[in-house]
Design a protein around this ligand. Structure first.
Ligand code: CO
Length: 618
């Protein structure tokens, strides 16, 4: 078989800075490089979608549609690619079909040539509308296999076997995919598995095959090389300054590795190095967004326990808050069991948070004694279908008091949603009738609206959105990484006004991991929120009593979102009485006893600590 040169997709302007700099690169810093990038001869450039749409509107005061049009103008020779989260688009929940249709159409009109469409559960139900919409535009539809492993860390086993990926790929091809992408978002694809996977896929599908991998575990460069030997058509890389760590492999060493071989992509190394220098010169001001100042640039532990670094650090902070750091080992053992109970979802956002928090709850409070709203929605089917069956007994327990009823539905989640575009148009009519604006609002009713008010001159742009605010002084000599403050000190705090209440919003770059979907239902678009006014309540020791059977006490720190009962109501033991937001999840708290609700002890929205009395029963 004759080998053709490998094609390269550059991700510098999307996944590169999304992975390493919390998606904060501003257009003004990419613009000067664009024309030269266009001359390199990349197969395509990923420049849009993923988290870029959200961060542009939320943090940078930048119109994402303007950004796309500008890229198109500056880079007319290179196909522009975007990452689309299936039915969740560039947002955090399942949107109605009319939003998907309109968004894809407008993205195409504004300059997208290649749509890379994925679903975290590889569920074609969450991909079908987006796929159909892309086909209507006549642009390139790339459908994506999200790569996950079962328990051994390697491809194989009962779920994530070669057959699983082969049958998904065949299905995607039959849905009209113009190419297939293997998306290794957690860096779990081992080199020889990459070889076997690519060989297998090439024998089953006729459309081109692309590999998108993350360097997280340290395997990606090797996996890319083995994939190339196995006949992959396109691979994703980034310019060196935004490569490696949790980002893509770097393009420069690959160009040298392949030069003179039949795979030679024939890109100009000198030109790439010049662009790298240019990029390097603008990055110091963004450097504080880099992950914690660890010496290791890879997360070697993921090779042993398959628990990605982001998830492990989340668990640690959750356990610390709950004053149960000694339970870490138990939780790490519980995670594979919980994952199995719930049908082996890939441990990527949002599933990693759901599985992680549920495992913590299982260890702290007993198996499925406390279940988050998100896990209920997932088991009910609102996130799509899990890769394997959910344990029927567990499903019954989880959905016991679920508002929508007990059966696990078998219907495409979006079928349950009414159209949303007309409603969005009328709600925003006094500000704008521009369709691209309407889409911003339809996707992010809170932060999108805030952005649109600024864009249309109704509000001032806050200082923290302006260029320069979020920058460190440009250092000519880079400081050693250990001189940077730990990430916790870098978390930025903003006060925002949402639905007549003030929120203190803590923005932590780790909340939106690379390339992942973040559809946390009711989770306010993927950020930590701590409500401070009007009813912030200082932790008070006099309220901290142990549960004597007549009071509901908070089992952990969090926000008492709402009560499900009123004073004077009769309640039975086990009846859901309050919703506590903790560990980024909404948790329903059951009544500890049968009796009458005498007093609702805290204001809805108040911050509570472990042991605070929430309801007094008599
Ligand atoms: Co990615």
């Amino acid at each position: 078989m004759t080998q053709s040169p490998i094609k390269i997709t550059d991700t510098t302007f999307r996944d590169g800075h999304q992975s390493l700099l919390a998606t904060r690169l501003r257009m003004e810093d990419m613009e000067p490089m664009a024309a030269a990038m266009d001359q390199i001869g990349f197969h395509s450039m990923e420049v849009w979608g993923g988290a870029t749409f959200d961060t542009a509107t939320r943090f940078l005061g930048e119109d994402p549609w303007d950004r796309l049009r500008k890229f198109k103008e500056l880079m007319p020779n290179t196909p522009l690619s975007m990452l689309l989260r299936g039915q969740s688009l560039v947002g955090y929940r399942t949107y109605a079909d009319d939003v998907v249709q309109e968004f894809v159409e407008r993205s195409s009109e504004n300059g997208i040539d290649v749509f890379r469409v994925f679903d975290a559960l590889n569920d074609e139900w969450n991909l079908s509308k987006a796929a159909e919409s892309v086909k209507k535009t006549g642009k390139h539809l790339q459908m994506t296999l999200c790569y996950s492993v079962t328990e051994s860390g390697k491809m194989g086993g009962p779920i994530y076997s070669l057959d699983y990926y082969l049958s998904k790929a065949e299905l995607f091809e039959s849905m009209g995919a113009d190419s297939i992408c293997i998306k290794d978002m957690a860096g779990l694809l081992a080199p020889y598995d990459a070889y076997n996977l690519v060989k297998g896929l090439k024998s089953k599908i006729s459309v081109p095959l692309q590999l998108h991998s993350h360097y997280t575990s340290g395997m990606a460069s090797m996996s890319v090389l083995k994939a190339i030997e196995a006949g992959i058509d396109v691979v994703d890389t980034s310019l060196a300054p935004l490569a490696l760590r949790t980002s893509q492999p770097a393009v420069e060493p690959l160009v040298v590795t392949l030069s003179g071989t039949p795979y030679d992509p024939k890109l100009d190394l000198e030109q790439l190095l010049q662009l790298g220098d240019q990029l390097e010169s603008i990055l110091p001001k963004y450097r504080h967004h880099l992950e914690s100042p660890k010496a290791a640039v890879i997360d070697a532990k993921v090779l042993s326990h398959q628990i990605p670094g982001g998830m492990a650090s989340n668990l640690l902070s959750q356990l610390r808050e709950a004053d149960a750091i000694d339970k870490l080992d138990e939780v790490l053992e519980e995670i594979p069991r919980t994952r199995k109970d719930l049908g082996y979802p890939p441990l990527v956002t949002p599933m990693s948070q759901m599985i992680g928090s549920q495992s913590v709850s299982n260890v702290l409070f007993g198996k499925y004694e406390m279940i988050s709203g998100q896990v209920k929605e997932y088991v009910y089917g609102m996130y799509g279908r899990p890769p394997s069956v959910i344990d029927p007994e567990i499903a019954k327990t989880v959905l016991k008091d679920y508002k929508k009823g007990s059966p696990v539905i078998h219907e495409r989640p979006a079928n349950l949603l009414d159209p949303e575009m007309e409603k969005a148009k009328s709600e925003i009519a006094d500000i704008t009738d521009n369709i691209d604006d309407v889409l911003i609002y339809a996707l992010y009713p809170t932060t999108g609206l805030k952005f649109l008010r600024i864009k249309h001159g109704l509000d001032q742009m806050p200082e923290e959105m302006k260029p320069g605010f979020d920058s460190e002084p440009v250092a000519i000599i880079p400081q050693p990484r250990d001189q940077y403050p730990p990430k916790s000190q870098l978390t930025k705090t903003f006060n925002v006004f949402v639905e007549n209440e003030y929120f203190k919003v803590e923005v932590d770059p780790a909340d939106v991991p690379p390339g992942q979907i973040v559809p946390m239902v009711n989770q306010s678009e993927g950020i930590n929120q701590e409500k401070i006014a009007p009813d912030f309540k200082e932790p008070s020791s006099k309220d901290s009593v142990t549960n004597n059977g007549e009071s509901l006490v908070s089992p952990m720190p969090g926000i008492l979102l709402r009560y499900l009962v009123e004073e004077g109501d009769e309640v039975k033991v086990g009846e859901p009485v309050a919703i506590l937001e903790a560990m980024k999840m909404e948790n329903t708290l059951p009544s500890p006893a049968t009796g009458t609700v005498q007093k609702l002890q805290v204001t809805e929205g108040a911050t509570v600590v472990k042991g605070d009395v929430l309801i007094v029963l008599s």
